[in-house]
Ligand binder design. Structure first.
Ligand code: CTP
Length: 373
């Protein structure tokens, strides 16, 4: 299936044409892949630009940068040798270059180990999570126009039409249980659902989760993305509890369903990313202790909360239903003393303990005058 389809700006088209010319010259193929192709086929805006090279991405980009140094503004921002990937900024657009690769998982849930880079595209697509993400578009040029051939060995385009998430093999959730959370992300973002077979595989996994080699960092990173939008975060948090997805990392949840609404509100109230707040509620709830007594003075409130980060304040507010944390954040946090030690010395105070006491007394007086409402 040959298509003229992706709708890029003229500037970006120039970049991709150069990439294809360089690929032809080097005897390798270049592809768009993953979420980018999925989003295109779904007719939604493309966020990331991911290029896959059926060869070495680092070698490709290094030679490309030399060859096109006078025609394009190319910055290689970072390279990752073991994965043979490179992050670049070309004409002000971030473009990630990856090499096709094969991977394996020595333990359930661990980070994948790269077995081979520069493998055939179909082998690369095979290591991916869902059929809808295992589609590539091979780039070519004909009559100075960019063309794309869709490579879809697992019928991902069909699953996109059916709104269905299907893994590529039965061991997929065992290899990488964070795919359950990635699936939830796609369900909430795009209205997909897990296929009936996938629901069974997930249920089976959750009945006997293998956490021995689990990468908790990968879980946290996946949750960060899942919780990036406040409203979706609330829904995801509730679904993690309802569907027992927490079993990926723990047997019983230490976080509660009735925190969800206040966690959602806390993102805006405490000007903190929802991902930090919802992840905090899951992994750091044991840090949240008793609140202050309800008749604490403003000065006591100030001293109690002054070392708290905004996230910790938000967690207190949401988990303990503690409105004092919000009062502190809104009215006390940024209060500064009106007077410094030097000012008092100029007024005749001697340096020493008394001066310190006087500074505290004045600051306390100032804080205690602030009204809650
Ligand atoms: N991938 C995977 N298993 C994971 C993470 C990623 O197979 N645990 C693969 C998928 O093929 C995915 C690609 O890596 O399409 C890129 O992953 P990522 O950038 O996290 O997500 P996208 O699918 O591109 O989607 P989006 O950024 O829109 O969420």
């Amino acid at each position: 299936m040959l298509k003229k389809m992706f709708n890029f700006s003229k500037e970006l088209e120039v970049v991709f044409k150069a990439v294809v010319k360089h690929a032809n010259h080097s005897g390798v193929c270049a592809y768009f892949v993953g979420g980018m192709v999925r989003d295109f086929l779904m007719g939604i805006e493309i966020k990331d630009t991911d290029l896959l090279i059926e060869g070495s991405a680092i070698d490709f980009i290094e030679k490309f940068a030399v060859k096109y140094k006078d025609k394009l503004d190319i910055k290689i921002k970072s390279i990752h040798k073991s994965f043979d990937t490179a992050k670049t900024l070309i004409n002000n657009t971030e473009i990630d270059f990856a090499s096709t690769r094969e991977e394996n998982y020595p333990f359930s849930g661990c980070l994948p180990v790269v077995e081979k880079t520069g493998c055939p595209i179909k082998n690369d697509l095979k290591r991916r999570d869902f059929t809808v993400n295992a589609i590539a578009a091979m780039l070519s040029i004909a009559n100075d126009t960019l063309n794309y051939e869709i490579i879809d060995p697992y019928n991902g385009a069909e699953d996109i039409k059916k709104n269905i998430l299907t893994v590529l093999h039965n061991k997929s959730y065992i290899d990488d249980p964070t795919r359950i959370l990635r699936g939830l992300d796609f369900i909430l973002r795009f209205g997909f659902d897990f296929s009936p077979d996938d629901k069974k595989l997930i249920e089976e996994y959750l009945q006997k989760p293998d956490r021995e080699g689990l990468s908790l960092d990968r879980v946290k990173l996946t949750l960060k993305k899942l919780f990036s939008d406040p409203l979706r975060a609330k829904e995801a948090y509730e679904q993690i509890l309802e569907n027992k997805y927490y079993k990926i990392w723990e047997d019983e949840p230490s976080f509660k369903k009735d925190w969800a609404q206040r966690l959602y509100e806390a993102a805006a109230l405490f000007e903190t990313p929802s991902s930090e707040i919802f992840s905090g509620a899951i992994f750091e709830n044991s840090k949240v202790h008793k609140p202050l007594s309800s008749n604490a003075s403003n000065y006591e409130i100030y001293n109690f909360y002054k070392t708290f980060s905004n996230k910790d304040l938000a967690l207190h507010y949401a988990i303990l239903n503690d409105s004092t944390a919000l009062f502190y954040f809104k009215k006390l946090k940024n209060v500064k003393p009106d007077i410094t030690g030097d000012d008092l010395i100029k007024q005749g105070f001697a340096q020493g303990k008394e001066l310190g006491c006087e500074l505290s007394r004045r600051f306390k007086e100032k804080l205690n005058l602030i009204k809650r409402n």
